[in-house]
Write a protein that binds this ligand. Structure first.
Ligand SMILES: [Zn+2]
Length: 331
């Protein structure tokens, strides 16, 4: 059995649902319709949660040596504690070839996130998608292919202004409705381009491999377009939790996966135990194996204003984590 995990950074649920590729996946496998990013809505903590099945209070991947936000990204950031297991480590220990295609950034060796992979490549987004196609054409078994793709995250690059300039403009309040419509359109064009590639080059290949493969499609968090004041490019303060930035796709298709839409609320920390469950392994953590949990009675719709119960990292919580890291001699 092979497993593929495609994480599309900053792909919000409503945009994912507009993709023909996603519509096809939903006809074939299991879609978790109320899947949420549990805590911080930026890549480093979200990726750490997906890899470990743990909340920030456990993995503590939110603070770098020079600051505690994505704008202050640092090359000498803190690595993930050795005592915390990641799900690729479990696959590797079970004899899986584990391959990662990433752009670095927050899904990076800097954080020791490569520890569970037998192969690690840092390449551009188109090259990651080509590598996915090549993987699907290989006659292999017991392989895990993981690619974290920034294809729709980097949409401001398609405009004359940089992301920082757009954020400044929206924070200043000096923007028009047309500005908001424009940036949303640019983002959706990126989604369309990704969709076309997945439909043209990936979908048929996937279908041909359904006997020996499970394909998983998800995101780390969504994207915001001023649904709430100042909330742009997945949250200016990075603690604002609204539908557009926490509601993300999670779909499984392939060998042994039933065709159903699950309406129960599920979380990004459920991903690791669910993937381990595909190969009959347990993964003790905060999350659940979603295929071995009875979710039928747990029907919860995400409303536009709903605030998930799991903790939001506020300044007080950040200070507490910082103190713990200081006490441990990290900073
Ligand atoms: Zn991200």
């Amino acid at each position: 059995m092979n497993i593929i995990l495609l994480t599309v950074d900053a792909l919000r649920k409503d945009s994912a649902d507009s993709m023909d590729f996603v519509k096809e996946l939903k006809k074939l496998g299991t879609s978790f319709e109320e899947h949420l990013t549990a805590e911080a809505i930026w890549t480093l903590p979200a990726v750490a949660t997906q890899l470990t099945g743990r909340l920030i209070k456990d993995h503590q991947m939110i603070i770098t040596k020079v600051g505690d936000s994505a704008e202050k990204e640092s090359p000498d950031a803190l690595p993930l504690s050795k005592s915390i297991q990641t799900f690729p480590q479990v696959l590797k220990e079970c004899g899986y070839r584990t391959i990662a295609y990433t752009a670095g950034c927050f899904f990076s060796k800097i954080y020791d996130f490569d520890r569970g992979y037998t192969e690690w490549y840092e390449v551009g987004d188109w090259d990651k998608l080509k590598a996915l196609v090549e993987f699907l054409d290989m006659d292999i078994d017991k392989s895990f292919f993981h690619t974290h793709n920034f294809f729709v995250h980097d949409w401001p690059g398609d405009t004359e202004k940089s992301t920082v300039e757009w954020i400044k403009k929206f924070r200043s309040g000096k923007y028009t409705e047309d500005d908001v419509k424009f940036v949303r359109k640019v983002y959706e064009e990126r989604v369309r381009r990704l969709d076309k590639y997945m439909c043209d080059s990936v979908l048929d290949r996937l279908k041909r491999r359904f006997d020996d493969l499970v394909f998983i499609f998800t995101a780390d968090h969504g994207e915001a377009f001023l649904e709430r004041e100042n909330d742009f490019h997945h949250g200016s303060g990075r603690t604002e939790r609204i539908e557009s930035v926490v509601h993300i796709p999670l779909i499984f298709v392939g060998s042994g996966i039933p065709n159903r839409l699950v309406k129960a609320r599920t979380w990004d920390y459920d991903l690791a135990p669910t993937i381990c469950g595909l190969i009959g392994q347990s993964f003790p953590c905060e999350g659940r194996d979603l295929f071995r949990t009875n979710l039928d009675r747990e029907v919860i719709n995400v409303s536009k204003d709903s605030q998930p119960e799991v903790c939001v990292i506020d300044d007080k919580e950040k200070e507490k984590i910082k103190q713990q890291l200081k006490d441990a001699g990290y900073i």
